[in-house]
Write a protein that binds this ligand. Structure first.
Ligand SMILES: *Cc1c(COP(=O)(O)O)cnc(C)c1O
Ligand SMILES: *[C@@H]1O[C@H](CO)[C@@H](O)[C@H](O)[C@H]1NC(C)=O
Length: 558
């Protein structure tokens, strides 16, 4: 006690007594007010925090500083986009259509030049996710042929292209069978996991409005749920209530999920598995919650879609995660991930027609005709349907079981080896193809950077910080697990020897973790999106002088 008093005495030395009294009173009042508000409404706390940050950002000096640092991020990004990839060395960028068309040879030549850009050898599997297939030339050639045959077909017009419709119906039916569905279950094809999730959320929002009168829809999901749920919530005017994960298992905290359910809840989400750590939520418990509160339950099996259903056959049984679980009302499964179909397809499934019905969109009185489409696009690529269908029937149950067996064996091997490294901690107990880890002694983002310098392209995860590797059919060499684990060990040693600053992605994530105002991270991410659509680096101009009277607008030049 005495020590504390001395410390306080030392700290306040040099301040006037009234200043201390005033400051103490102010702090106490603010704390009490904040505590009161927090215990009532978490939203109020959020809006106060946002107000404080917004006010801070409108201070001219802060504004100028932000503009400067965003401009620096832009330069860094352009450097990595244009110089590091060697893009400046090919043809000058095309900014207008060629006045006369190129010859077939010219098109092929330029396209193969472009294909050779980039510093990663993605086919050798030193990447996490990103590409799921592409090392099997026979399969690739087959898909090329199939795409060519169907390149100009359009499933929007089923009467003109009846064959594509048949393929599409078969893809949905075959996928449902993998999830222990019967004839009662139904579904649709979409362009990818994000669209499948968007469609399920739209269906459940509209079903809940009509059947249960829910006007202010909310969904409840774990913080680890895929960002596509946030995107869909924002597009559909749905509120997303995030509940914490259990820190040991990384599964959603079921008690917290139960507490977050209200009369406005239109969906509970279970991930099988979630993206950050590859952990499968407790689908049976979430299904039971859904039944108890009469709320639809969506299983996000986008990542797991064409691996989980084959795990039992591959010798790695799992607890049920599909239509066997009562309460599960919709499931998304990506054919363009472990289905090994080229990017651009996914399947959304429903327990019953009564839900799918609310996914559809029709305009009966459009002057262009009676318009009806099942999903987001109007015209669609029949070629993508055809290659997806081809991928499914080419692999068959035995093909997918075999790829699953290889992938899971490698993942389990990596998991076992990583557990033996004292500096490494795994997130939960990953049962599928993603293994996530962190370190208590070494800065994990620096470890990621060093692995990056050695040609590895891992996924950086945050809150808490870590790395993950998502294994695919590309990691098919027998010694892959050994090579990976050896390089992780080397990187940890290197971080210990050269504890300097991070570079690359590690720097980005390290900095992001230190900035409390997430709006700024968002702005920096938008700089990336802007750079993505540049054909050449922007000219270096002086930043425009910031107009100090400019209210809340963000600074020019961002
Ligand atoms: C990939 C993924 C999605 C989104 O799918 P996209 O095809 O990228 O739109 C959703 N959930 C999980 C768990 C995923 O891994
Ligand atoms: C600054 O902004 C204010 C309000 O938008 C405007 O009236 C003024 O002309 C601007 N000044 C300059 C130098 O752009």
């Amino acid at each position: 006690m005495e020590g504390v008093e001395e410390e306080v005495e030392r700290q306040v030395h040099g301040y006037q007594k009234w200043q201390i009294v005033a400051a103490t009173a102010a702090i106490t009042l603010t704390t009490l007010a904040a505590k009161d508000l927090v215990s009532n409404r978490e939203d109020v706390y959020e809006s106060i925090k946002n107000w404080v940050f917004r006010t801070g950002r409108s201070i001219p000096a802060v504004k100028r500083r932000i503009a400067e640092s965003l401009d620096n991020s832009r330069k860094d990004l352009e450097k990595s986009m244009f110089e590091d990839n060697g893009l400046l060395s090919v043809q000058p960028p095309l900014k207008t259509l060629p006045p006369t068309g190129w010859t077939r040879e010219q098109v092929l030549q330029e396209a193969s030049n472009i294909l050779r850009e980039g510093k990663y050898e993605w086919r050798d599997g030193k990447i996490s996710g990103g590409a799921f297939s592409g090392s099997d030339d026979m399969f690739t050639n087959l898909l090329e042929k199939i795409y060519g045959l169907f390149a100009f077909s359009n499933p929007l017009h089923a009467d003109i292209f009846p064959g594509v419709r048949k393929m599409e119906a078969e893809i949905v039916r075959m996928t449902i069978s993998l999830f222990h569905g019967t004839d009662e279950q139904c579904g649709c094809i979409t362009s990818g996991g994000s669209e499948s999730i968007l469609m399920a959320m739209k269906a459940m929002r509209d079903w809940s409005r009509e059947v249960k009168g829910v006007e202010k829809p909310e969904i409840v999901a774990c913080v680890t749920v895929h960002a596509a749920f946030d995107k869909s919530a924002s597009l559909l005017g749905i509120k997303i209530r995030k509940v914490p994960m259990d820190h040991n298992t990384c599964k959603v905290n079921i008690a917290a999920m139960r507490q977050a359910i209200t009369s406005n809840t239109v969906m509970l989400v279970a991930s099988a598995p979630e993206f950050p750590h590859g952990i499968i939520d407790d689908v049976e418990k979430i299904g039971a919650l859904g039944q108890q509160y009469d709320v639809p339950v969506h299983v996000d099996c986008c990542m797991g879609g064409f691996i989980l259903p084959f795990m039992e056959g591959a010798g790695y049984p799992l607890p049920p995660f599909d239509f066997r679980v009562p309460g599960v009302t919709s499931i998304s499964a990506d054919t363009h991930k472990y289905g090994n179909a080229p990017k651009g397809s996914s399947v959304i499934m429903y327990r019953s027609e009564k839900y799918r019905h609310y996914q559809y969109f029709v305009v009966p009185d459009w002057p262009g005709g009676i318009y009806a489409s099942p999903t987001i696009p109007g015209s669609r690529a029949g070629g993508l349907v055809a290659v997806c269908w081809a991928a499914l029937v080419y692999h068959g149950v035995d093909g997918y079981t075999e790829t699953t067996r290889k992938i899971i064996t490698t993942a389990r091997h990596i998991k076992k080896q990583l557990k033996l490294i004292p500096e490494i901690q795994l997130f939960g107990d990953p049962l599928t193809s993603i293994v996530a880890f962190t370190s208590t002694n070494a800065d994990i983002f620096k470890v990621g950077d060093i692995l990056g310098q050695h040609g590895w392209h891992l996924t950086f995860i945050q809150y808490p910080s870590g790395l993950h590797i998502c294994l695919t059919s590309l990691q098919n060499s027998d010694d892959f697990a050994e090579r990976f684990v050896t390089d992780v060990k080397k990187a940890i040693t290197e971080v210990g020897v050269h504890p300097g600053d991070s570079t690359g992605l590690g720097k980005v994530y390290g900095t992001a973790a230190d900035i409390p105002d997430k709006f700024l991270i968002g702005e920096a991410a938008k700089v990336f999106l802007t750079c993505y659509y540049e054909t050449e680096p922007s000219k270096d101009e002086e930043l425009e002088e910031v107009n100090d009277t400019e209210g809340e607008e963000t600074t020019k030049g961002i």
